[in-house]
Write a protein that binds this ligand. Structure first.
Ligand SMILES: CC(C)(COP(=O)(O)OP(=O)(O)OC[C@H]1O[C@@H](n2cnc3c(N)ncnc32)[C@H](O)[C@@H]1OP(=O)(O)O)[C@@H](O)C(=O)NCCC(=O)NCCS
Length: 189
């Protein structure tokens, strides 16, 4: 039996095998926006949208931003600082905006902001935000290098600086947890 997806897979393999231009890219090149109306299946019986439904959209938008930056397929490595600031209801028009804040060797931090738009009043309500780390993968599923970020605007420089602080904190936490798992937890001085 013929494989209907073979041509598609071959085309993706060709695309992802192409040499990567490692010229630094501005965060704006990864800018991603998804708008969608919240449906009954995404909410509880009181009409409140599940946090998990918002997290799925956040992951999707952030993943697209990471792919736009890296020109590679990517996986979610972590999601942190996920904050829900206001409820979202069935019928709300939700917009999720994502952009790569900073890039390292193979990983990228993506900042995401979620708003609800009232189309009648044209008012926007800030409802959630998060930071996610994505890792670019080669065709064998191994982490692969990504281009650096070239912050251009003051806002981009501020986001990059904060992303570096968060990365440092993630690494410190990871090392401490690894040490603790090996039974050699360091006591604070
Ligand atoms: C993410 C993953 C590829 C990292 O693999 P690994 O063997 O730990 O790779 P490395 O140690 O070489 O780390 C690669 C990069 O990932 C980063 N990383 C790894 N785990 C991380 C985590 N939990 N949080 C943030 N960054 C992480 C490292 O800091 C490193 O970044 P750098 O190259 O920019 O310095 C691997 O853990 C994985 O495949 N996880 C599952 C991802 C997935 O399936 N996501 C969808 C869930 S349904």
């Amino acid at each position: 039996m013929s494989d209907p997806w073979a041509r598609l897979r071959a085309e993706r393999t060709r695309q992802y095998s192409a040499p990567l231009d490692m010229t630094p890219r501005p965060p704006s090149a990864s800018r991603t926006e998804i708008s969608t109306v919240m449906q009954i299946a995404q909410a509880n019986n009181d009409g409140n949208v599940h946090g998990g439904s918002i997290m799925r959209l956040v992951d999707e938008a952030a993943g697209i931003a990471a792919m736009r930056h890296s020109h590679r397929r990517v996986v979610t490595a972590s999601m942190d600082d996920m904050s829900f600031l206001a409820p979202v209801y069935i019928g709300d028009l939700v917009t999720v905006r994502a952009m790569v804040n900073d890039a390292h060797r193979t990983s990228m931090e993506v900042g995401v902001r979620v708003d609800v738009e009232n189309v009648a009043s044209e008012e926007w309500r800030y409802v959630a935000s998060a930071h996610l780390v994505f890792v670019a993968l080669d065709l064998d599923g191994r982490p692969t290098t990504v281009p650096p970020i070239a912050a251009v605007t003051d806002d981009e420089r501020r986001r990059q600086e904060r992303a570096r602080i968060r990365r440092e904190q993630r690494l410190v936490r990871k090392r401490a947890l690894n040490d603790a798992a090996k039974g050699k937890r360091r006591e604070p001085a």
